[in-house]
Every structure is written in structure tokens, then in C-alpha cells.
Design a protein around this ligand. Sequence first.
Ligand SMILES: Nc1ncnc2c1ncn2[C@@H]1O[C@H](COP(=O)(O)OP(=O)(O)O)[C@@H](O)[C@H]1O
Ligand SMILES: [Mg+2]
Length: 374
Amino acid sequence: MNPFYLIPHTPDPYFCDRKRDTDDIIRFLDNGANVTLISPRRYGKTGLIYHVFDKLSERKKAPELFYVDIYATGSVDEFLAVFAESIAKVLKKESLVKSFLKFLGSIRPVISQDPFTSEPKFSFTFQTDAERRYSLKALLDYLEKRPGKVIVAIDEFQQIRNYEGMSMEALLRTYIQPLTNVQFIFSGSRKHVMADMFTSEKSPFYESAALYTLDKIDRDVYAGFITDQFKKQKKSITTEAVDYILDWTRCHTFYTQSLCNRVFSAVKAEAGLVDVLMGADAILRENHDAFLERRSLLTPRQWKFLIAVAKEGEVSEPTGAAFLQKYGLGAPSTVSRLLASLVEKELLMETKTLVGNDYCVYNVFLSRWLERLK
Ligand SMILES: Nc1ncnc2c1ncn2[C@@H]1O[C@H](COP(=O)(O)OP(=O)(O)O)[C@@H](O)[C@H]1O
Ligand SMILES: [Mg+2]
């Protein structure tokens, strides 16, 4: 079997580190706090939530755990449907689902079965905002009245800012505040949006949760993990190969896992540098068309700028003369807008440093692909 998982819910022996993060989050929850979990995409927030849930469910008096992914939702109605589905999924037993539906009262959702996963699919048809408010309150009241403690993780929480119409943020805050039996993990990758929601005095969620930033996995720990995983499956990998993997994927969890997975599957006994180079090439080749596609979504100047950042790896003065001249990128005044739009599109990742901001291409494989372009 391949020990390098590519899905967020990774079983314990194949889950790398995150011990302190897991402990910290559990401690916050044990002390009654809600937690806001923030990191760039694909660092491992969702994986960590599942990991925390696994740990909590091992307890004698385990809380009831609900995971709600709102990434694909675009409206309050969809939010409510996804929320209700997540609850129904955990309840499973028909009698429980029935009592849950009773709670929703007169505004019954239409329930169908997902043909692929056979999980229940909900859809609501609301006539008025009052009905939406009522349903949200009913869902939360239901959880509040569960016999045991309840923890709800709402993943990609920043999404609620994109809903039109009523302010989901204000409403959720109002209904969540009085709950005593339900705690929340709010997770999101849009740092600016998430930070604004929880640290801006004007925002409804101001100071309502402990802010937790998830960093990359420690490089040495990751190196040890990779070596061990090969060993446990009766294969091996050279130190040189491990170092190259971690450099090339910048220790960015998803990319590191992907390359490890690839290299592991390609070798029979020992993985060396050549195997890693071949694995990396294969990944870029497979992504070629998808990456070219990105180009059509950008202006020529944006594309040129992206290539320049990729070639540098990391840029700390993107409006500095040295960088702009080296790549013929034009005047500093026009670059600020370009920069902002590439960050907004999540093509560039902006990292705050003590002295300013650093920029790199967000998708590590795209970055590696761009840096090879002429
Ligand atoms: N601690 C970990 N150990 C091993 N693999 C992990 C770990 N955390 C995340 N991953 C892998 O990285 C991928 C991306 O992580 P994910 O949790 O989806 O990131 P995020 O939610 O921050 O976007 C996952 O699909 C999983 O394969
Ligand atoms: Mg996630």
C-alpha cells in the first residue's frame, strides 16, 4: 500500500506530526473556546480537523462531531442545506433523522439520495428571509439540545461573505453566541477575509474565537516521517532524495505528499535522487494542459509577472527596480495593481514578514512549471 495519503482524512499512522497543533486546538475546545483555524490552502487544515475529531472520538465521553464543508456553497439556502446534510449524515439512524426533521418544523427540506455516495442530499425552498432565519435557528437549537457536547467544524468559512442578501455573518453570530452546548471550529484559507472577520471591531465575529494559524510541518520532522514511511513498507529512500523532495515542494503539505506518493509508487526498493527528478517531471507533464489553461485567464502582463516571480522563487520587493528591470515588467505604479489582482486570484501567495511582504506562486507545481519556461 502507498503510505502517502492524498485525501484530507488521513489515518493516524500515515498522518505526519501536527502534535502540537492537535493539542492546542483540543485545549482551546476543552476550555470552552471556539477556534478559528487559518492557513494557506493545502497546508493541512481539513486534515487537522479530521485528526482532532479522531482524537476526540476516542474519548470515553466523546462529543458529537459535525464537519461542514461550505466551499461549494454560494448562498444562504445552500449553506443551510449543507449544514442539515452534515447533521443527518452523523445521525444516520432513521429515528434520529426523523426527530431532527421534526425540529426543522414546517419548512421541510426535500431529501434525495446522492447517487454516488448514497448520503442524504437536502434542498430547501424558502420564500422569505424569516424562514431562513427560522431554519438556521432550528438547526442550532437542535444541536444545543443534544444530550452530549457538540463540536461543529465549518470549513472554508470565508465563503459566507460571498452570499448575497441577508448577512449570514451577523445572523450566525447572533444565534451562536447564546449556545452553551455547541462549540465551533471555523476554518479558512483566505487570510485577509478570515482575519477581518475575527479581528476587526466592526465584524460580528470580532474576538469570538481563538485565532490559530497553522504553519508548514517542520522540515526535519517531515524528513523523518518520509524516511520512516518508506522503511515501514520495506522500501528506503536516500537523504539526498528526501532533501530534494522537501526543497522542490517547499514543504507545502499537499505537494510534498503528492511527490512522495509518486516516488513511492515508482520504486521497488530504494528511492534515489533520479527517481525524485523523474517523479517531479511526470507531475509537471501531467499538469501541462491545466497550467496552460491558466494562461488564458490572465492578461499577458499578469502572466509575465507570474513567470518572473516563479523564476525568483520568492520575491520580497516586487515593486523594486531590480526585480522589475530584470524581467522588463514596467513601472512600479502599475505593478501594485497587478500584484493585488494576482493575490486576489490566489495565483500569488502573500506572506507577511517583519519588514513587509513576501510573494511566491501559490501553487507549488505551477511555480515549478513556470520557472522552466523560456
Ligand atoms: N499531517 C499530515 N500528514 C500527511 N498528509 C497530510 C497532512 N495534512 C495534510 N495532508 C495532506 O495534504 C493534503 C492537503 O491538506 P488539507 O487538509 O486538504 O489542506 P487545507 O484544508 O489546508 O487546504 C491532504 O489531502 C492530505 O493528503
Ligand atoms: Mg481544506
